[in-house]
Design a protein around this ligand. Structure first.
Ligand code: FMN
Length: 225
């Protein structure tokens, strides 16, 4: 009998530790609280050339929710810290991080904090339907599980560069982040679209931006239909 216990106990512990942790979703998260992100996936079974093959824009999204785990991997790939000196997966002019990534979800709006790997709660409002251009062309923003909002603050760039050049640099930086989002989202089987047709009033109405912070692009993110 004693021998049986020694045999059975390790098997029980092993099966308990192998049981996968259930996925977390925004709808399970209390509104108004910061969300600690998960460790991004360190490997996926899609090589780089296949990822380029898979990259595409989508404008029809299903209601299926994106999990916090999937989002953690997408945000890290978008502009997470990939080196010990704190530099990121996307290039930045003079190494200055002028782009902010907000996540708009059914439980509110969050700011991605790459250093803390955390989403900082910024509003409890579900603003996904408010940020696309009201004249149309917002590429499925209204139906996606999440919407990423990329904002930029060109005033952070030294002023020996002209105002136009600083603004161009902010858009270019957002573009590199957008491409990272496409590549990882499509490789994970998710869908997205880079959308310039946003509503500045809609964004400002639901989110307090700093004085020189400009909404640049929105990216609906979710599963395809
Ligand atoms: C700078 C930029 C702005 C864009 N703005 C919009 C937009 O406002 N609305 C939209 O539906 N798609 C927008 N797109 C996505 C393009 O329509 C899409 O990339 C194009 O149709 C090519 O399709 P593909 O990405 O599947 O190759 C934008 C793309 C870029 C690069």
């Amino acid at each position: 009998m004693k021998r049986n216990i020694f045999f059975v106990l390790p098997i029980i512990f092993l099966s308990m530790s192998c049981r996968s942790v259930p996925d977390r979703y925004f709808s399970d998260s209390p509104r108004g609280s910061d969300i600690v992100l998960e460790k991004p996936q360190s490997k996926i079974d899609v090589d780089l050339m296949k990822a380029f093959e898979l990259r595409k824009s989508t404008e029809e999204f299903s209601v299926k929710e994106v999990s916090i785990k999937e989002l953690s991997t997408i945000l890290w790939s978008a502009n997470g810290i990939n080196r010990e000196d704190g530099k990121r997966t996307a290039p930045a002019l003079f190494g200055m991080e002028v782009i902010r990534i907000y996540v708009l979800s059914n439980s509110g709006i969050y700011l991605y904090d790459a250093m803390q790997n955390t989403l900082l709660s910024r509003s409890t409002k579900d603003a996904r339907k408010d940020v696309g251009s009201k004249r149309g062309g917002a590429g499925g923003t209204e139906t996606a599980s999440l919407v990423l909002l990329l904002t930029g603050d060109p005033s952070m760039i030294p002023d020996f560069m002209s105002k136009d050049m600083r603004l161009n640099a902010a858009y270019a930086s957002a573009g590199t982040i957008g491409q990272n989002v496409y590549l990882i989202a499509n490789a994970l089987g998710l869908r997205t679209r880079l959308v310039g047709a946003l509503s500045v009033e809609g964004v400002r109405g639901c989110l307090k931006l700093s004085k020189d912070e400009i909404p640049l692009y929105i990216m609906p993110l979710g599963y395809g239909k």
